[in-house]
Write a protein that binds this ligand. Structure first.
Ligand code: AHM
Ligand code: MG
Length: 334
């Protein structure tokens, strides 16, 4: 009989030495995320049968409609991360301000987490894949004191770990601690994540481009010209490329990670800095992309070198196969 698959829990423990502050704390932290994502999976899988589809009736801090599942996923992640004394604070795309965990068990907590608990929520009601994105930093404020804004506003290059969960035809958890990228698929009957995609590498070239062309008229000229480049016919470079846009960042990113491609959400007249948030969405996916051999920029500079100025800051985002991102940047005058 073939050896059984390695579970996420086993993998984390085996690879603990890769973690700069190895003490088992990261294992516990990731295990909280693992648990939360299983609970979110359970809620999503029965979404059409329960009263959790649709809008919650409130808008989030960015004035966007919050879906009931946004709220539910947010609560699930807060509870799971608060339960263990590893994390001293959490910032979420769904909350205006960060929250501090300051019970007795958090006195020695060294980490903060930033998360988009349910990304792509406009897809929920139509049964299309959504995701969770997370980013982990070691705090810069002194241990034993309450977490501060500075803990959350660290550039992406200080991330200790980052990852995403894709609630797709199967649930997958993909993460990095800065030593490559590994993907785990949830075995539903056992309730365990099993290593299914070891050492993920993003192809250097690809032929998929993912962008919301509904915004085309508002894009800067360089972006319009790059889109035309993607659509031009040239057999040597395999063009025209294939357009694929789910409108669910984790799903679009995951497909391009596996197959090779570029995702971009540029600035436009109505969105001077694009739509995506540097801290909750771009930094963690940039960390994964780079660790898999890809690139992530705002069109001009490396995403992970941008110093965040506010929790909900938006940035233009170009992420994917190295040669494709470089080509796109050449159209933007970078
Ligand atoms: P959300 O965090 O409110 O769900 O918004 C982020 C999502 C991404 O998943 C997706 O790529 C993008 O918004 C789609 O935006 P648009 O509909 O403008 O193309
Ligand atoms: Mg989002």
């Amino acid at each position: 009989m073939q050896d059984r698959a390695i579970t996420l829990g086993e993998f984390i423990i085996e690879n603990q030495r890769d973690f700069p502050y190895a003490s088992g704390e990261l294992s516990q932290l990731l295990s909280s995320i693992k648990l939360a994502s299983k609970i979110v999976t359970r809620e999503i899988r029965k979404a059409g049968l329960t009263d959790i589809l649709g809008a919650s009736g409130v808008e989030n801090v960015q004035g966007e409609t919050q879906m009931k599942l946004d709220d539910i996923a947010n609560d699930i992640f807060i509870k799971a991360l608060e339960a263990r004394g590893i994390v001293c604070g959490l910032a979420s795309e769904e909350m205006e301000d960060y929250i501090i965990f300051d019970k007795e068990k958090h006195v020695d907590s060294k980490y903060v987490v930033l998360t988009d608990p349910l990304d792509g929520s406009s897809n929920i009601d139509v049964n299309v894949s959504v995701g969770t994105i997370f980013s982990i930093f070691r705090r810069v404020s002194p241990v034993g004191s309450p977490a501060t804004l500075e803990d959350f506003l660290q550039p992406g290059n200080k991330q200790i770990a980052a990852g995403y969960v894709l609630y797709g035809s199967s649930t997958m958890l993909v993460y990095t601690t800065g030593h490559g990228v590994n993907g785990f698929t949830l075995e539903p009957s056992l309730g365990t994540f099993q290593l299914s995609h070891p050492n993920m590498i993003m192809p250097v070239d690809g032929k998929i481009y993912s962008v919301n062309t509904g915004n085309y008229l508002k894009f800067p000229d360089g972006v319009k010209n790059y889109i035309t480049y993607c659509q031009d016919v040239d057999s040597e470079t395999n063009r025209p490329y294939t357009g694929r846009y789910i409108g669910s960042l984790v799903s679009d990113f995951h497909r391009n990670l596996l197959k090779g491609g570029i995702y971009f959400y540029p600035e436009g007249t109505n969105a001077p800095s694009g739509k995506l948030r540097l801290t909750y969405e771009c930094n963690p996916l940039a960390f994964i992309a780079e660790q898999a051999g890809g690139l992530a920029t705002d069109g001009h500079q490396r995403i992970m070198d941008i110093q965040p100025e506010s929790l909900h800051q938006r940035v233009p985002f170009f992420v994917g196969s190295t040669n494709m991102v470089k080509k796109a940047m050449s159209f933007l005058g970078s």
